[in-house]
Write a protein that binds this ligand. Structure first.
Ligand SMILES: [Zn+2]
Length: 402
């Protein structure tokens, strides 16, 4: 056989061997990578998060969900919107100094990833250092930030995301920090009095933070119409204060009221925050489920739970407008604790929609039972199990870092 032919065959063989050496590991690597890529968890947990939406039905237990569903759709009717999320788990709620937490300690566990004493707002009164909140981390990441609640917007749950104070009763100081320190972009809820006070609060703070907000470029509005026109005008910041203190309970709202409801405030916040191309962090609280249960008032509870669920629908509709949004939005819905020890004691017959169950109550206070977590989006797979409330911080921080 001619020499050059031999050389050609030899070269070919060498090439093939080289390819084998180079390619096989990459096949293995690509196969492993593909297998890994295919594994739901990997995909689920490694999509980059653009938006985090954190929703809190304050004081709501599972029995509240059942009662609201039966009232709205009947025992065999459709699920509530919050029940349609992909992952369901539950969380422990105890605080640093009690198995019965308050909203300040429970919220601080989510927002700052540690156990705090009841009443503390992401702040250790003993002087121990604390973590930046998930809202502050999102802001540092260039994201827009928003807080929506039906209580005063300076109340415990929204406060833990936007301030650090020794006591939840420092609502003037919380308002000051929102405007002067954290610079939360969108704040919608009650509490005009907290933003414009002459009497110092427990932290010694008073002042006119509404005027200051105006100087810092916030449109300040007091009605639904004001909110709507600020959104239409393309604002990227908004301070909406729709009541001197907490907002009107859902079951007492009258037609024609100038106060927006929770679903409307949620929709306006999304319309403003979505303008930020780096995404956003938004916390929405149905604050008064808790107040209804403190009062052992089922009508009040049903109104608040269903208004909160309508706000969930607003969020799901927003997410489902594009696959891109769905893939890059982490949505977590979680009560901070249960209130009232609410139980469904009857009736011992079937009910139709718009009929109420027979309520049982064990307390007018918070209880120590675990609460459910409903979630979907990047990182949420790790919430389909039993966790501690502080673990939610880790899930959100990790998602932010993806
Ligand atoms: Zn409470």
């Amino acid at each position: 056989m001619r020499k050059d032919k031999l050389i050609g065959i030899g070269a070919l063989l060498a090439l093939m061997m080289l390819a084998a050496v180079l390619f096989v590991p990459s096949i293995n690597a690509s196969v492993n990578k593909n297998e890994l890529q295919q594994s739901e968890n990997y995909l689920e947990n490694h999509n980059e998060v653009k938006n985090i939406i954190f929703m809190v039905p304050d004081g709501m237990g599972l029995a509240d969900v059942t009662a609201a569903r039966i009232y709205k759709n009947g025992p065999d009717g459709a699920s509530l919107y919050l029940e349609t999320l992909e992952n369901i788990g539950y969380q422990r709620t105890y605080s640093a100094n009690s198995i019965i937490t308050d909203s300040a300690a429970a919220g601080s566990a989510w927002a700052c990833g540690e156990k705090f004493n009841n009443g503390e707002i992401c702040y250790h009164a003993d002087g121990k250092p604390y973590n930046p909140s998930i809202l502050e981390l999102a802001k540092a990441d260039g994201k827009a930030t928003g807080l929506v609640a039906t209580s005063t917007i300076t109340h415990a749950t929204p406060a833990v995301f936007g301030a650090h104070v020794k006591s939840r009763n420092c609502e003037n100081e919380i308002a000051r920090q929102y405007i002067e320190v954290t610079g939360v972009d969108v704040m919608l809820g009650g509490g005009v009095a907290k933003f414009n006070s002459t009497k110092p609060d427990k932290c010694g703070t008073s002042g006119n933070f509404i005027a200051e907000a105006g100087l810092k470029g916030y449109p300040v509005v007091y009605t639904r119409a004001g909110m709507d026109s600020a959104v239409v005008n393309g604002t990227v910041k908004l301070l909406g204060l729709f009541n001197d203190s907490g907002m009107t309970p859902e079951y007492l709202r009258v037609p024609g009221t100038t106060e927006p409801g929770l679903p409307e405030m949620t929709s306006s916040a999304l319309n403003i925050l979505e303008n930020n191309s780096d995404g956003f962090f938004l916390m929405v609280e149905g604050s008064q489920v808790d107040w209804a249960n403190h009062a052992n008032d089922l009508n009040y509870q049903l109104g608040e739970t269903l208004a909160f669920d309508d706000a969930v629908k607003v969020v799901l509709d927003w997410i489902n407008t594009s696959p891109e949004r769905k893939e890059h939005t982490l949505l977590i819905i979680v009560p901070d604790h249960e209130t009232g020890g609410f139980a469904i004691n009857g009736p011992d017959k079937l009910l139709n929609a718009s009929e109420s169950v027979d309520a049982g109550w064990t307390s007018n206070e918070h209880t120590g039972v675990d609460t459910l977590i409903w979630s979907q989006g990047p990182g949420s797979k790790s919430l389909d199990r039993a966790v501690d409330n502080t673990d939610l911080y880790g899930v959100m921080v990790k998602a932010l870092k993806q």
